[in-house]
Design a protein around this ligand. Structure first.
Ligand code: SAM
Length: 286
Protein backbone atom coordinates (compact mmCIF):
# COMPACT_ATOMS: atom_id res chain seq x y z
CA UNK A 1 0.00 0.00 0.00
CA UNK A 2 1.23 3.49 -0.73
CA UNK A 3 -0.52 6.32 1.03
CA UNK A 4 0.20 8.84 -1.72
CA UNK A 5 0.36 11.64 0.83
CA UNK A 6 1.87 13.99 -1.74
CA UNK A 7 -1.49 14.38 -3.40
CA UNK A 8 -3.85 14.63 -0.43
CA UNK A 9 -5.26 17.79 1.09
CA UNK A 10 -4.44 18.98 4.60
CA UNK A 11 -7.82 17.85 5.91
CA UNK A 12 -7.30 14.39 4.43
CA UNK A 13 -3.85 14.16 5.95
CA UNK A 14 -5.25 15.02 9.40
CA UNK A 15 -7.87 12.28 8.97
CA UNK A 16 -5.32 9.69 7.93
CA UNK A 17 -2.87 10.53 10.70
CA UNK A 18 -5.76 10.27 13.16
CA UNK A 19 -6.59 6.84 11.78
CA UNK A 20 -3.01 5.65 12.06
CA UNK A 21 -2.57 6.69 15.69
CA UNK A 22 -5.99 5.50 16.78
CA UNK A 23 -5.20 2.07 15.43
CA UNK A 24 -1.65 1.91 16.85
CA UNK A 25 -2.39 3.45 20.29
CA UNK A 26 -2.65 0.17 22.20
CA UNK A 27 0.42 -1.42 20.62
CA UNK A 28 2.41 1.80 20.32
CA UNK A 29 4.82 1.37 23.24
CA UNK A 30 5.63 -2.26 22.48
CA UNK A 31 6.13 -1.55 18.79
CA UNK A 32 8.55 1.30 19.49
CA UNK A 33 10.82 -1.11 21.30
CA UNK A 34 10.66 -3.72 18.58
CA UNK A 35 11.19 -1.40 15.65
CA UNK A 36 14.07 0.59 17.10
CA UNK A 37 15.72 -2.25 19.09
CA UNK A 38 14.99 -0.15 22.17
CA UNK A 39 17.03 2.77 20.83
CA UNK A 40 14.10 5.17 21.17
CA UNK A 41 14.51 4.94 24.97
CA UNK A 42 18.15 6.00 24.75
CA UNK A 43 17.29 8.88 22.41
CA UNK A 44 14.48 10.05 24.70
CA UNK A 45 16.71 9.82 27.80
CA UNK A 46 19.38 11.84 26.04
CA UNK A 47 16.86 14.41 24.77
CA UNK A 48 15.46 14.98 28.26
CA UNK A 49 18.81 15.08 30.06
CA UNK A 50 20.17 17.54 27.49
CA UNK A 51 17.26 19.86 28.39
CA UNK A 52 17.76 19.34 32.13
CA UNK A 53 14.20 20.34 33.11
CA UNK A 54 13.76 21.88 36.54
CA UNK A 55 17.15 23.52 36.47
CA UNK A 56 17.29 26.97 34.94
CA UNK A 57 20.62 28.71 35.47
CA UNK A 58 19.58 31.36 32.95
CA UNK A 59 16.54 32.46 34.91
CA UNK A 60 17.22 35.92 36.37
CA UNK A 61 17.69 35.77 40.12
CA UNK A 62 19.63 33.53 42.42
CA UNK A 63 17.30 30.52 42.29
CA UNK A 64 18.10 28.01 39.54
CA UNK A 65 15.05 26.04 40.64
CA UNK A 66 12.44 28.47 39.42
CA UNK A 67 8.97 27.19 38.46
CA UNK A 68 8.70 25.94 34.89
CA UNK A 69 5.87 25.13 32.56
CA UNK A 70 6.74 22.49 29.99
CA UNK A 71 4.44 21.89 27.04
CA UNK A 72 4.91 18.45 25.49
CA UNK A 73 3.29 18.58 22.09
CA UNK A 74 2.21 15.37 20.35
CA UNK A 75 2.92 13.88 23.76
CA UNK A 76 1.01 10.68 22.97
CA UNK A 77 1.43 8.05 25.64
CA UNK A 78 3.63 10.24 27.84
CA UNK A 79 7.18 9.01 27.29
CA UNK A 80 8.74 12.48 27.17
CA UNK A 81 6.52 14.09 29.80
CA UNK A 82 7.14 11.33 32.35
CA UNK A 83 10.90 11.62 31.86
CA UNK A 84 10.69 15.42 32.19
CA UNK A 85 8.86 15.15 35.48
CA UNK A 86 11.26 12.58 36.86
CA UNK A 87 14.30 14.70 36.02
CA UNK A 88 12.71 17.89 37.34
CA UNK A 89 11.09 16.57 40.52
CA UNK A 90 13.52 13.81 41.51
CA UNK A 91 16.94 14.50 39.94
CA UNK A 92 16.76 18.30 40.20
CA UNK A 93 14.52 18.32 43.29
CA UNK A 94 12.30 20.99 41.77
CA UNK A 95 8.62 20.23 42.45
CA UNK A 96 7.52 23.50 40.80
CA UNK A 97 7.68 22.03 37.32
CA UNK A 98 4.41 21.24 35.55
CA UNK A 99 3.95 19.46 32.26
CA UNK A 100 1.07 19.81 29.85
CA UNK A 101 0.76 16.81 27.55
CA UNK A 102 -1.00 17.82 24.39
CA UNK A 103 -1.96 15.55 21.50
CA UNK A 104 -4.49 15.63 18.69
CA UNK A 105 -5.48 12.02 19.32
CA UNK A 106 -7.72 11.07 22.26
CA UNK A 107 -6.84 7.36 21.96
CA UNK A 108 -3.12 8.06 22.47
CA UNK A 109 -3.93 10.42 25.35
CA UNK A 110 -6.10 7.88 27.11
CA UNK A 111 -3.28 5.32 27.02
CA UNK A 112 -1.07 8.10 28.46
CA UNK A 113 -3.54 8.88 31.25
CA UNK A 114 -3.77 5.24 32.23
CA UNK A 115 0.04 4.91 32.26
CA UNK A 116 0.35 8.04 34.40
CA UNK A 117 -2.08 6.55 36.93
CA UNK A 118 -0.28 3.22 36.97
CA UNK A 119 3.32 4.39 36.96
CA UNK A 120 3.70 7.84 38.51
CA UNK A 121 3.72 8.91 42.16
CA UNK A 122 0.76 11.10 43.12
CA UNK A 123 2.87 14.27 43.25
CA UNK A 124 3.90 13.80 39.62
CA UNK A 125 0.38 12.89 38.52
CA UNK A 126 -0.78 16.16 40.06
CA UNK A 127 1.76 18.08 37.97
CA UNK A 128 0.42 16.80 34.63
CA UNK A 129 -2.43 18.18 32.58
CA UNK A 130 -3.73 16.39 29.50
CA UNK A 131 -5.19 18.44 26.67
CA UNK A 132 -6.44 17.53 23.23
CA UNK A 133 -5.21 19.98 20.60
CA UNK A 134 -3.87 20.30 17.10
CA UNK A 135 -0.29 21.57 17.38
CA UNK A 136 -0.99 23.94 14.52
CA UNK A 137 -3.61 25.82 16.55
CA UNK A 138 -3.09 26.04 20.30
CA UNK A 139 -5.78 28.68 20.66
CA UNK A 140 -8.51 26.03 20.87
CA UNK A 141 -7.54 23.19 23.16
CA UNK A 142 -9.71 20.72 25.00
CA UNK A 143 -8.57 19.99 28.56
CA UNK A 144 -9.15 16.36 29.53
CA UNK A 145 -8.41 16.62 33.22
CA UNK A 146 -10.05 18.82 35.80
CA UNK A 147 -9.41 21.27 37.22
CA UNK A 148 -8.18 22.80 33.97
CA UNK A 149 -4.56 23.83 33.79
CA UNK A 150 -3.83 27.18 35.43
CA UNK A 151 -2.67 28.68 32.17
CA UNK A 152 -6.04 28.37 30.47
CA UNK A 153 -7.50 31.77 29.87
CA UNK A 154 -10.78 31.92 31.78
CA UNK A 155 -11.52 35.45 30.59
CA UNK A 156 -11.97 34.36 26.98
CA UNK A 157 -13.17 30.85 27.84
CA UNK A 158 -11.40 29.67 24.71
CA UNK A 159 -8.87 27.42 26.37
CA UNK A 160 -6.24 29.27 24.40
CA UNK A 161 -2.72 28.57 25.53
CA UNK A 162 -1.68 32.17 26.14
CA UNK A 163 1.18 33.94 24.42
CA UNK A 164 4.51 33.77 26.27
CA UNK A 165 3.34 31.26 28.88
CA UNK A 166 5.65 28.29 28.29
CA UNK A 167 9.29 27.84 29.35
CA UNK A 168 10.05 24.72 27.34
CA UNK A 169 8.23 23.32 24.31
CA UNK A 170 9.02 19.72 23.41
CA UNK A 171 7.90 17.59 20.49
CA UNK A 172 9.23 14.05 20.03
CA UNK A 173 8.49 11.94 16.95
CA UNK A 174 5.44 14.08 16.32
CA UNK A 175 6.24 16.96 14.02
CA UNK A 176 6.69 14.90 10.86
CA UNK A 177 3.01 13.97 11.13
CA UNK A 178 1.81 17.57 11.10
CA UNK A 179 0.20 18.77 7.89
CA UNK A 180 1.46 22.33 8.31
CA UNK A 181 4.83 22.37 10.06
CA UNK A 182 5.45 26.14 9.66
CA UNK A 183 2.08 26.81 11.37
CA UNK A 184 3.08 24.57 14.29
CA UNK A 185 6.44 26.36 14.57
CA UNK A 186 4.65 29.73 14.64
CA UNK A 187 2.41 28.47 17.45
CA UNK A 188 5.47 27.22 19.35
CA UNK A 189 7.01 30.66 19.01
CA UNK A 190 3.80 32.36 20.16
CA UNK A 191 3.31 30.30 23.35
CA UNK A 192 6.96 30.37 24.45
CA UNK A 193 8.25 33.06 26.77
CA UNK A 194 11.19 35.14 25.56
CA UNK A 195 14.22 33.00 26.42
CA UNK A 196 12.05 29.87 26.18
CA UNK A 197 13.30 26.82 24.32
CA UNK A 198 11.81 24.89 21.41
CA UNK A 199 13.17 21.32 21.36
CA UNK A 200 12.37 18.62 18.84
CA UNK A 201 13.39 14.96 18.65
CA UNK A 202 12.55 13.43 15.30
CA UNK A 203 13.64 10.77 12.83
CA UNK A 204 16.06 12.28 10.39
CA UNK A 205 18.46 11.56 7.54
CA UNK A 206 21.38 9.10 7.54
CA UNK A 207 22.65 10.50 4.20
CA UNK A 208 26.11 11.29 5.59
CA UNK A 209 26.83 7.54 5.97
CA UNK A 210 25.93 5.81 2.66
CA UNK A 211 26.59 2.23 3.74
CA UNK A 212 24.72 2.53 7.04
CA UNK A 213 21.98 4.35 5.16
CA UNK A 214 21.55 1.40 2.78
CA UNK A 215 21.16 -1.04 5.68
CA UNK A 216 18.80 1.32 7.51
CA UNK A 217 16.58 1.80 4.43
CA UNK A 218 16.29 -1.95 3.93
CA UNK A 219 15.34 -2.39 7.55
CA UNK A 220 12.78 0.35 7.63
CA UNK A 221 11.08 -0.29 4.29
CA UNK A 222 11.37 -4.08 4.51
CA UNK A 223 11.03 -5.11 8.12
CA UNK A 224 8.99 -2.42 9.84
CA UNK A 225 5.75 -2.86 7.85
CA UNK A 226 6.17 -6.62 8.27
CA UNK A 227 6.64 -6.38 12.05
CA UNK A 228 3.61 -4.06 12.10
CA UNK A 229 1.61 -6.70 10.31
CA UNK A 230 2.77 -9.61 12.46
CA UNK A 231 2.75 -7.96 15.88
CA UNK A 232 0.08 -5.29 15.64
CA UNK A 233 -1.92 -6.75 12.76
CA UNK A 234 -1.64 -3.41 11.00
CA UNK A 235 0.72 -3.18 8.06
CA UNK A 236 -0.65 0.05 6.59
CA UNK A 237 -0.09 2.21 9.67
CA UNK A 238 3.53 1.14 9.93
CA UNK A 239 4.02 1.61 6.20
CA UNK A 240 2.77 5.17 6.73
CA UNK A 241 5.25 5.72 9.58
CA UNK A 242 8.17 4.67 7.38
CA UNK A 243 7.03 6.86 4.50
CA UNK A 244 6.54 9.86 6.77
CA UNK A 245 10.17 9.56 7.91
CA UNK A 246 11.30 9.49 4.28
CA UNK A 247 9.35 12.65 3.44
CA UNK A 248 10.52 14.69 6.44
CA UNK A 249 13.12 17.41 5.60
CA UNK A 250 16.85 16.99 6.17
CA UNK A 251 18.50 18.23 9.36
CA UNK A 252 19.64 21.42 7.61
CA UNK A 253 16.31 22.16 5.93
CA UNK A 254 14.38 21.63 9.17
CA UNK A 255 16.83 23.88 11.03
CA UNK A 256 16.18 26.59 8.43
CA UNK A 257 12.43 26.25 9.02
CA UNK A 258 13.00 26.75 12.76
CA UNK A 259 15.05 29.88 12.06
CA UNK A 260 12.37 31.14 9.65
CA UNK A 261 9.83 30.86 12.49
CA UNK A 262 11.89 33.37 14.50
CA UNK A 263 14.06 31.13 16.67
CA UNK A 264 17.76 31.57 17.30
CA UNK A 265 19.83 28.40 17.02
CA UNK A 266 23.29 27.69 18.40
CA UNK A 267 26.08 26.17 16.28
CA UNK A 268 24.74 24.05 13.41
CA UNK A 269 21.36 23.97 15.16
CA UNK A 270 20.98 20.24 15.54
CA UNK A 271 22.55 17.10 16.97
CA UNK A 272 22.56 13.76 15.13
CA UNK A 273 21.77 10.62 17.13
CA UNK A 274 22.87 7.17 15.94
CA UNK A 275 24.29 8.47 12.67
CA UNK A 276 21.26 10.65 11.96
CA UNK A 277 18.50 8.03 12.36
CA UNK A 278 17.16 10.61 14.77
CA UNK A 279 18.15 14.23 15.42
CA UNK A 280 17.55 16.84 18.08
CA UNK A 281 16.84 20.41 17.00
CA UNK A 282 16.72 23.29 19.47
CA UNK A 283 15.91 26.94 19.12
CA UNK A 284 15.51 29.82 21.54
CA UNK A 285 12.83 32.47 21.28
CA UNK A 286 14.75 35.75 21.56
N1 SAM B 1 5.87 12.01 21.75
C1 SAM B 1 5.44 10.63 21.92
C2 SAM B 1 6.63 9.72 21.97
O1 SAM B 1 7.73 10.19 21.70
O2 SAM B 1 6.48 8.53 22.26
C3 SAM B 1 4.43 10.21 20.83
C4 SAM B 1 4.92 10.22 19.42
S1 SAM B 1 3.79 9.51 18.27
C5 SAM B 1 4.89 8.75 17.09
C6 SAM B 1 3.19 10.87 17.34
C7 SAM B 1 2.04 11.59 17.97
O3 SAM B 1 1.76 12.78 17.22
C8 SAM B 1 0.73 10.81 18.00
O4 SAM B 1 0.30 10.65 19.31
C9 SAM B 1 -0.22 11.66 17.16
O5 SAM B 1 -1.56 11.62 17.61
C10 SAM B 1 0.38 13.04 17.33
N2 SAM B 1 -0.02 14.02 16.31
C11 SAM B 1 -0.10 13.84 14.97
N3 SAM B 1 -0.51 14.97 14.36
C12 SAM B 1 -0.66 15.90 15.34
C13 SAM B 1 -1.06 17.29 15.35
N4 SAM B 1 -1.35 17.93 14.22
N5 SAM B 1 -1.11 17.93 16.53
C14 SAM B 1 -0.80 17.29 17.68
N6 SAM B 1 -0.42 15.98 17.74
C15 SAM B 1 -0.36 15.30 16.58
Amino acid sequence: THFGFETVTEAEKIQRVAGVFTSVAESYDRMNDLMSFGWHRIWKDHFVSSLNPGFSPLTPGPDPRAPQHILDIAGGTGDIAFRMLHTAHVVNANPDVRVTISDINPAMLSVGRQRAQDQLPASQQAAITFVEANAEDLTRTKPLTSPPAPFFDASTATNRIPDASVDLYTVAFGIRNFSNIPAALREAHRVLKPGGIFACLEFSKVDKHPLFNAVYKRWSFGAIPLIGQLVAGDRDSYQYLVESIERFPSQEDFRDMIVDAGFVVGGQGYEDLTGGIAAIHKGMKP
